[in-house]
Each structure stands twice: as structure tokens, then as C-alpha cells.
Write a protein that binds this ligand. Structure first.
Ligand code: GA4
Length: 328
């Protein structure tokens, strides 16, 4: 259950909402500001085809409605933490009140995803969705580069690499009501209708995260002053957050924001999350253009994404991982 001592703000009017149809230099300035102050923002008028989005949502609903034994057959034929999971997160014993499907984005469907059944429709929905959100992520990364005055495709070229190590995650958080009925608890047991941790607090290790949810809330973002702020759901928007690697590349100018998902209310929450990462052998370090323009020495030493990922998977979800890579 979410601890009462954790301070929660009621509204999310402090979350930046950026209209991507506005003038480019204005949008780029707003994005940089949001990444420097919070590391999180929403975009509207983003240009992603609504049919691609709704097909992805329909296929997720269809997938999660299957019996658990059938969902467990979703095993990509690749190494890594991929496939269907129920409550377990990572390798170190973290758990949450949700189920998910974690997929590498360079899968060829259906040959590399065996379902023991029909995965063609889900596969084609995922392929189209990944292509669309990757395009959006690259557009936003180019706007960041522009706003930071670093060479134009500094960030997006890492995501566009053919062997980019990006991941798609489909999450299904049952409502508190459903959790209550599945535990056989009485309707009067109020503790079971309190928010419960779906996906515990953490930062995302990659470069940039692109999240979309159905119309059910649950995502919360940690503000620098220590407040947790619920993000109001908007199925027509995308939520973007800075990941650890982008914090390093910007030498700490951008914040890799802590966030979490809680279960609430009467409806199930579905989220689709694209984690844009570089290829595993990419060397990550603070950008020289940022160092030259700022007054800080490089705050992090150079490491590869493979090194960092190995370290990430050896820790618990909520652990701070960047400190050990600091150079001073
Ligand atoms: C958080 C962001 C992505 O969901 C993810 C997660 C990964 C996993 O579920 O396998 C991790 C988590 C995430 C960070 C710490 C480690 C690894 C679970 C965990 C305990 C897919 C990712 O890349 O890092």
C-alpha cells in the first residue's frame, strides 16, 4: 500500500503540457525548460495517427483478457528479461500489483514471438506503434538538441541506430476493486480500496521514455520539493520523461525523474511505454558541447549502455544507480 507519510499533491496543473503544433523554437525552449525543472512533460498535437494508437490499445485489451497460462506462452526468442510477467519486476525480487508484456522493439513478428497461438494482430499493432513513437521520440530529441545548442541529431541518432536497444512495455493495472474481489475481501474492508503500488518508484535507465495510457489515472511524478504529483490521464496525449542516460549526456542539466504507478478506483489502467535506448556498445558521457557551454566539470565518467544495464539489473527498482558513475 502507498504509505500515508508520502506527501501527495491533489492536482497536476504544475505538469508542463507542450503543444507540438506551435512554433518550433518555442516548443524546443519549452521542452528544455521542462526537462531542466522536472524531467517530465506531456505533449499534445503530436501528430501520431490515432488509428495506430487505438489498434495498440485494442490489442493490449485482447492480450490481457487471455487466461494467464496462455499469456505466459508469450516468450520472445531472444535473451533478456522479456515476455509476460505477473507482479514480478526485474531480477531482484521487486513486485507490484500489475501484469505486463515486455518486448524488445527489433522483434520480427510472429517468428520471434511464440504465443502458442495467434500473435499476428498484436505483432502488427506493436510494429506500427513502435515505428510511430520512435519517430515522435526522435522529433522530441531533435528539439532538445536544438534547445541545448548541441549538434542536430546528437540524441536521435542513437535511437535510430539499427541495433538500438529500445523496449516496449504493455502494462495492465487492475483496479483496486478487482484486487479486493480477487482476494475475497469484504466490501467493507476499506484498506483494500486504498491506492496500492502498481509499479514502485524508480527512474528509467534509458535516454527517453514515451508513455501513453487509457483514460485511467495512476501515474505519479516526484517533484524536486519532494511532493508526489498525480498525472491526470489524457489518452490523446503522450507523457515524456528523461531517462538516466540523458541526465548523464546533459551533465545533469536534465533530470531523470522518479515516478511510480499506483492502482486506484474502479477501472483497469492500461499503459504502453516505449523506452528509447542506444545500442548496447554505445559509450555514454557528458557531451563536450554542454561542458564547454556550462560552468561545471563533467559530473559523470564514461560507460557503455551494456555496463550500465548490467548494473541496473543487479539493483532493486528504487535504488539510486547514477551515483556510482559520478566522477566527482
Ligand atoms: C524500469 C524501466 C523499464 O520498465 C525497464 C524496467 C526493468 C524491468 O522491468 O526489467 C527494471 C527497471 C526498468 C529498472 C531497474 C531494474 C530493471 C526492473 C528492475 C528492477 C524495462 C527498464 O529498462 O528498467
Amino acid at each position: 500500500m502507498v504509505k500515508e507519510s508520502q506527501r501527495l499533491l491533489a492536482a497536476d496543473q504544475n505538469i508542463p503540457v507542450i503543444d507540438m503544433s506551435l512554433e518550433r523554437s518555442h516548443v524546443s525552449m519549452q521542452i528544455v525548460k521542462a526537462c531542466e525543472t522536472l524531467g517530465f512533460f506531456k505533449v499534445v498535437n503530436h501528430g501520431v495517427d490515432p488509428d495506430i494508437i487505438s489498434r495498440m490499445e485494442q490489442e493490449s485489451i485482447h492480450f490481457f483478457a487471455k487466461p494467464v497460462l496462455e499469456k505466459k506462452l508469450a516468450e520472445p526468442v531472444v535473451n533478456g528479461p522479456f515476455g509476460y510477467g505477473l507482479k514480478n519486476i526485474g531480477l531482484m525480487g521487486d513486485i507490484g500489483e500489475f501484469e505486463y508484456l515486455l518486448l524488445p522493439t527489433n522483434l520480427r513478428f510472429p517468428s520471434q514471438l511464440s504465443f502458442g497461438g495467434d500473435s499476428t494482430k498484436l505483432g502488427s499493432a506493436v510494429t506500427c506503434y513502435v515505428e510511430a513513437v520512435k519517430q515522435l521520440a526522435c522529433e522530441i530529441l531533435d528539439l532538445m538538441a536544438e534547445g541545448l545548442s548541441v549538434p542536430p541529431h546528437t540524441f536521435s541518432k542513437l535511437i535510430r541506430a539499427v541495433d538500438s536497444d529500445s523496449v516496449l512495455r504493455l502494462n495492465h493495472y487492475p483496479s483496486s476493486d478487482k484486487i479486493r474481489s480477487s482476494t475475497g475481501a469484504k466490501h467493507s474492508d476499506v484498506s483494500l480500496s486504498l491506492p496500492r503500488v502498481g509499479f514502485g518508484e524508480h527512474t528509467d535507465p534509458q535516454i527517453l521514455t514515451v508513455l501513453r495510457s487509457n483514460g485511467v489515472g495512476g501515474l505519479q511524478v516526484a517533484f524536486p520539493d519532494g511532493w508526489w504529483v498525480p498525472v491526470s490521464p489524457d489518452p490523446s496525449a503522450f507523457c515524456l520523461n528523461v531517462g538516466d542516460l540523458l541526465q548523464v549526456m546533459t551533465n545533469g542539466r536534465f533530470i531523470s525523474v522518479r515516478h511510480r504507478a499506483v492502482t486506484t478506483g474502479h477501472a483497469n489502467r492500461l499503459s504502453t511505454v516505449y523506452f528509447a535506448g542506444p545500442s548496447v556498445h554505445t559509450k555514454i558521457s557528458p557531451l563536450s558541447a554542454i561542458i564547454a557551454a556550462g560552468d561545471q566539470p563533467p559530473l559523470y565518467r564514461t560507460f557503455t549502455w551494456a555496463d550500465y544495464k548490467k548494473f541496473v539489473y543487479s539493483l532493486r527498482l528504487g535504488d539510486n544507480r547514477l551515483d556510482i558513475f559520478r566522477s566527482c
